[in-house]
Design a protein around this ligand. Sequence first.
Ligand SMILES: [Zn+2]
Length: 453
Amino acid sequence: MADGQPIQTIESATRSDTGAVILARDLLTMDEKTFTELRRATWPPTRRPDHPGPPLTFRCTLCEAPLSLTRLRRNGETKNRFFSHRHPADQNCPWLHRNRLRPDQIQAVDYFHLHEGEIHRRLKHFIADAMRRDSETDPETVIVDRFQIGKVLRGERKRPDVRAAWRGKPIVFEMQLSYTFISEVVKRDYFYANEGSFLIWVFYERRQDRAMVMDEEFFNRRNLFVLDAEAEAASIEAGHLMLNCHFVRPFLDEERRAIIDVPESRLVSLGDLVFPEGELRPYYIDCDAMRVPLLTRLEALEEADRQAELKKRELIEQEWRAQRASQEVREQAERAERVAQATIAPQLTTAVPGRDRLAPHSELSGGAAAAQIEPPRLVWEAVHDRATSARIGQRYMLTHRETNWRSVYSAAVEARSQGIEVSEMVTKAVEETKARPGDIRNFLIASRLARTK
Ligand SMILES: [Zn+2]
């Protein structure tokens, strides 16, 4: 009872022979014979001559300290079976401080002892063995560190999982686990860079949904090293470490104006990697560098798009300005016409002294009727009979179709109201309408606008 709290405090242990994890709760349902055999296997060979070979040992899943397997009996009855730390000095184990851990740390501890502990131990020894077999490694330099999650949780861990000198280069391998936070990765990068060691983060799976996987990919020029079953088999076959490198090959989709990253993977050996001086993060392909010329091209395309858009907008604006100008001209003409109409109505009553001068069948009797009649004919009809006015009007309109007699008329009405001379009126109308001066004069006379005051 080295811990003082032996009751299933240690939730799992690793067997030294197979590396398998045994859960403490499974000890309770184990039959007596199996349990006894398990305990006997941990005894020194001298106490069990029937079972030669090294004794079985159990190690704590979290702190890797050696464990004892104990049975608690009371009144001849088994009350409990449990693991406990063999040495009282191993007090840093997270199991002993479980109630003091943060919820995320408890989650990390649970995940590690149930899923990753075994994988982590196995793979780090696999890397160490593969490195020792590599003819370019100095086997004396290969070191596997005891991993203690307790220290990791307290941020104390500095020793790498595996360390080796390969082609004279100091290389550190770190297994990346689900709870390895980016802050820890950055810290470790900084630490080993200061030390002058190349650091290779090794994942045991590549899960896209995991933020860490994404972080590492983007951090290390989009290279991610995975020691999966395929890489393990390749390592055994090659006689040195092989890793599955996941990376992306970017290409420019000019039509969509986008850089598309096509994911690829390849089995690589250390000899395939670039070991950059200064950064100390080995990589297979520099996907960031491959993007640079594509980005330059993309920027040029986007700039061309911007220029084309500007040009298009300028054309639209030009067209709009032209439309507005002609609209203004139209509005001016309409304003002049309205002025003319307003001037005609009172003139009709003053200019026409008696109804006897109007044609007997004239329809000029109300405002509503007057508004429907075109201004020149209105006046002609006021001074001539309807047939004469139609004739005069038609004459001018037929001989000079291009001339806008309506605007000649309204300009003349306005000029007359301002006391402008007839000759001046004619000159102005000739300029504006390109009609012959004689016709303008005749028109003015016919419409009684040229009469002297
Ligand atoms: Zn422990």
